[in-house]
Design a protein around this ligand. Structure first.
Ligand code: BTN
Length: 321
């Protein structure tokens, strides 16, 4: 059962005209005072709600709000069980791991409007300015082997690809293993972390950062990053994009769990993969080499054909275009 505030928000979002206070009371079995309190809280969160005597409440507009109530009322299906929203935090991955340690359920999504210590892969920082990007981390407790957890990163990449396509129409590519790229620049990064023992996983946290409404980037990332706003010329409603990504994630996750691998998702992943069939440089710590990218296998490893015809599988690491 969703919180009253979330239910009321959904009811006034779904209705073009007014919804009477009495109807809200009857529908959700709460008092007038409870409705009034929830409306007040929503206004504080940035929703413009018109209240007219004898008519009720009407949603005029909401800025690009991503509070718990807005996100919960935007979600479709029951995949996301709980949303934890922070106006500001260090890193949603750090928060999510802490919440998971404290028992947060499978399907908890941690979201913030501003990360003051956003983290990328390989210890890099992740630029996370206030009010513009999507910074979220999903807590899952899948019954899979720890060695399979990295595949969830590729599942997330597919979901982000779909979410961007559905909400903006933009065609992107996935740079193995998990960067979403358009016009050669990075739009999204994914960082998966887990806590496990030999026999099983306690939890997996998949952190997703999407450059949604940024209009520019600091010099450090400069030329290598872009945003949906820069590419499409218009603002993106972050709550909708988050909801669509989570819906897509659910579909892919179900398929992934039923196969126990990426066998059922390999083809779609390879379809979206940047530089499939083209030359890539594998930055192997033991020495970089070049080869032709043939796609991923069912474990999510990148299959590369070297110049001498030998076929190798890249388990992890960086591949440059
Ligand atoms: C990368 O380096 O490509 C991965 C970037 C991952 C960024 C996201 S933003 C939400 C979550 N919280 C973090 O601190 N990092 C991830």
């Amino acid at each position: 059962m969703r919180a009253v505030k979330t239910e009321i928000l959904k009811a006034i979002k779904d209705e073009a005209g007014f919804v009477s206070g009495q109807e809200l009371c009857d529908r959700f079995g709460v008092s007038r005072t409870a409705v009034w309190k929830a409306i007040g809280q929503l206004k504080e969160e940035g929703f413009q709600i018109e209240a007219v005597r004898n008519k009720g409440y009407r949603l005029l507009s909401s800025d690009d709000v991503i509070t718990e109530a807005e996100l919960m009322s935007s979600m479709e299906g029951g995949f996301i069980k709980k949303i934890v929203y922070y106006e500001e935090t260090d890193s949603t991955n750090i928060r999510a791991k802490k919440l998971a340690e404290e028992g947060a359920p499978d399907g908890t999504l941690v979201v913030t409007d501003f990360q003051n210590a956003g983290r990328g892969r390989r210890g890099r920082m992740w630029v996370s300015p206030s009010g513009t990007g999507i910074f979220m981390s999903l807590i899952l407790r899948p019954d899979i082997l720890p060695s399979s957890a990295s595949m969830l990163t590729l599942v997330a990449a597919l979901a982000v690809y779909d979410g961007i396509k559905e909400t903006t129409g933009l065609e992107t590519v996935i740079k193995w293993p998990n960067d979403i790229v358009a016009e050669g620049k990075k739009l999204c990064g994914i960082l998966t972390e887990m806590s496990a023992e030999l026999e099983g996983i306690h939890y997996v946290v998949t952190g997703i950062g999407i450059n949604a409404n940024m209009t520019g980037f600091p010099e450090e990332v400069g030329e290598s990053a872009t945003s949906l706003r820069i590419l499409t010329g218009g603002p993106v409603r972050r709550s909708r994009l988050i909801a669509v990504v989570m819906k897509a994630y659910e579909g892919y996750y179900v398929k992934f769990k039923s196969c126990g691998s990426l066998a059922g998702l390999m083809d779609v992943y390879n379809e979206h993969m940047a530089n499939l069939g083209r030359e890539v440089k594998v930055l192997d710590p033991a020495g970089a080499y070049t080869g032709k990218a043939l796609g991923i296998d069912e474990k999510g490893e990148l299959i590369v054909e070297k110049a001498d015809g030998k076929v190798v599988r890249v388990v992890s690491g960086e591949v440059s275009v």
